[in-house]
Design a protein around this ligand. Structure first.
Ligand code: SF4
Length: 355
């Protein structure tokens, strides 16, 4: 059966689009190359969309008494808080169709947690907070998996994000009135939680049982928000292995005794640090049984996303291990690639590997 592509919202500048206040961009290869070629992206630049123009005077977040405001750096009376908040409402139809969102870090509009908040009188950074638009999106869709590009460029966090995105997508297309399908979704969610902690499984089970008879939009919303919140914790290697063994032995996938034995041996190799998580998942995708059940702990998101991401992290690892001289050589070439909106980045990365 044809399955629609995963749809993810992104800050437009991460795709190499020149929409920043100074007319520049923040091309990010993982987003613009890897994800753009494997999932559907919805790019939004909130500051450009509310008509601030490119280039434009930069804005920042300031604390004035109890209030935080988004104002122009050049003119503290020019505020953009209301327009940025309203944009999320104006784009509601698009936002509720997304299964994830990747925001630009540190931006007063798009940042998730690391945006400097300036104290108006002293003009000093008081603390860090969330960008105005990103905050409104999270209030509108509290279960939506979100990440910023800095955190996403870490394999564990990338894997965790994609795992949440795939589960959230499954929830979006679930018939909430069908108690059998809902119970199956819950059972699958519990395997994901088992990788984190048995306490998390008990917590979600209690919530599921207490709300089983209700099936209201509020009870469904509470359930998925809690599941997504618990899933944002990153499992340990032994946690992943525990959940995978449970999936293999649970009987939810029809495995012959030989297939089961091979799968368990692969999990042992992973737990003993002889192979990495990505390698283990590729072996599962290539197993004859992988088509018998999709979207579970053993094949948590589409294979092409996994393979492209593994290539990206492998390239990245090699570049980070280059000698200083070779890396600066690479960076100057990569700068040129960025200045051409990343159009040539793939070939540049390939060339850099032969240094
Ligand atoms: S961080 Fe957000 S507001 Fe700033 S340029 Fe990028 S997309 Fe636009």
């Amino acid at each position: 059966m044809f399955e629609p592509k995963i749809k993810i919202g992104v800050s437009f500048c991460l795709l190499g689009e020149r929409v920043r206040y100074d007319g520049s961009h923040k091309f990010d290869r993982l987003v613009a190359d890897v994800l753009a070629s494997t999932v559907e992206l919805l790019p939004i630049c909130p500051e450009a969309e509310i008509g601030m123009g490119v280039p434009r005077p930069p804005i920042h977040l300031v604390r004035n008494g109890d209030e935080v405001e988004a104002v122009s750096v050049e003119n503290k009376f020019e505020e953009f808080m209301h327009s940025l908040q309203s944009l999320a409402n104006a784009r509601k139809h698009d936002l509720i169709s997304l299964s994830g969102y990747i925001f630009k870090s540190k931006s007063p509009s798009c940042g998730l947690t690391d945006v400097p908040i300036i104290e108006l009188k002293s003009q000093k950074v008081m603390n860090l907070g969330s960008g105005v638009y990103a905050n409104s999106v999270r209030e509108m869709v509290p279960a939506l998996p979100v990440e910023d590009e800095l955190r996403l460029n870490n394999w564990d966090k990338f894997h965790n994000f994609m795992e949440r995105v795939q589960l959230f997508k499954a929830w979006q297309s679930l018939d909430k009135g069908n108690s059998h399908d809902k119970a199956k979704f819950h059972q699958n969610g519990c395997i994901h939680l088992l990788a984190r902690s048995r306490r998390f499984v008990n917590e979600l089970n209690n919530l599921f049982l207490s709300q089983e008879s209700q099936n209201t939009s509020t009870s469904n919303r509470n359930y998925i928000v809690q599941l997504m919140h618990l899933l944002s914790e990153i499992p340990s290697r032994s946690g992943h292995a525990r959940a995978m063994r449970s999936e293999v032995c649970s009987g939810t996938i029809q495995l012959s005794s030989n297939e089961k034995e091979i799968a368990l041996q692969q999990i042992d190799l992973y737990e003993n640090r002889e192979i990495k998580l990505g390698q283990l998942l590729v072996r599962f995708y290539e197993s004859p049984w992988h088509n018998r059940k999709t979207s579970n702990y053993l094949n948590p998101y589409p294979r092409d996303v996994l393979l492209s991401a593994m290539q990206h992290f492998n390239d990245r690892h090699q570049i980070l291990n280059l000698s200083k001289e070779k890396r600066s050589n690479f960076e100057s070439v990569n700068y040129w690639a960025q200045s051409t909106n990343g159009l040539y980045t793939n070939s540049i990365f390939r060339r850099s590997n032969s240094y």
